[in-house]
Ligand binder design. Structure first.
Ligand code: PGA
Length: 251
């Protein structure tokens, strides 16, 4: 089965609203590829201006986080209903930076995933190991656990529309990309985990991204692997390099 590639920018805490609009304009001519899904996951305050700036283009709108309750006394948080009303389609959950700095856990990722499914979003669920875990030889055990908890209560039908982003923590923002072999091995392992949970058809349908210092130079090789269906791109998503990644076949 051929899965449609998904190239998503994770802008993190970069770009003021006016800078965001400028960036969308700069990237607009570079990111038109009808063969891939292109997504900008942007800071909450940029969602509305970016929604307007991408109107009529192939780019889809994404958020970087969401709360798992519909509404209420959660100062500073953004609800799924708010994101839906603002026109967001994709939402990143469980990014390692949110786990590290903001107390995100596998359990909150699970609650968020169930909520995003309920509201009809396309979730991007992040997982990945630390360098210590890799060196201890427990990478796949760790990721299996992250995936199994995240997907608890999710049906096969729902799971196939979820995107999983494999992001080794030691490769994020460090310039140290996982080797193609390492990235493919774990993305293939995640697909086997999904097959174990839901069967082969779901495993064949689900899209698995690699993230962690993906750039214009290494994207072609990474995105040519059998089990890597896209990229979640931080640093390089803020530069014209993102256009090269979107057109990875020609990179
Ligand atoms: P990076 O970030 O591409 O800057 O390594 C990826 C991510 O954190 O999603």
């Amino acid at each position: 089965m051929s899965r449609r590639k998904i190239i998503a920018g994770n802008w993190k805490m970069n770009q003021t609203p006016s800078e965001a609009v400028e960036l969308v304009k700069t990237l607009a001519p570079l990111v038109q590829n009808p063969d891939v899904d292109v997504v900008y996951c942007v800071p909450a305050i940029d969602i509305i201006p970016v929604r307007e700036a991408i109107k009529g283009s192939n780019v889809r709108l994404g958020a970087e986080n969401v709360h798992f309750e519909d509404k209420g006394a959660f100062t500073g948080e953004i609800s799924p209903k708010m994101l839906k009303d603002a026109g967001v389609e994709y939402v990143i959950i469980g990014h390692s930076e949110r786990r590290q700095y903001f107390g995100e856990t596998d359990q909150t990722v699970n609650k968020k995933l169930l909520k995003l499914i309920e509201y009809g979003f396309r979730p991007i669920v992040c997982c990945g190991e630390t360098l210590e875990q890799r060196e201890a030889g427990i990478t796949m055990d760790w990721i299996n656990m992250q995936i199994k908890i995240a997907f608890s209560g999710v049906s096969a039908q729902q799971a196939k529309d979820v995107v999983i982003a494999y992001e080794p923590i030691w490769a994020i923002g460090t310039g140290k990309t996982a080797t193609t072999g390492q990235a493919e091995e774990i993305c293939g392992g995640i697909r086997r985990t999904i097959a174990g949970l839901y069967g082969e058809a779901t495993a064949e349908a689900i899209r698995i991204q690699y993230g962690g210092s993906m750039n214009a130079a290494n994207c072609k090789e990474l995105l040519s692997q059998a089990n890597i269906d896209g990229g979640l791109i931080g640093g390089a998503s803020l530069k014209p390099d993102f256009g090269t990644i979107v057109h990875y076949q020609k990179a």
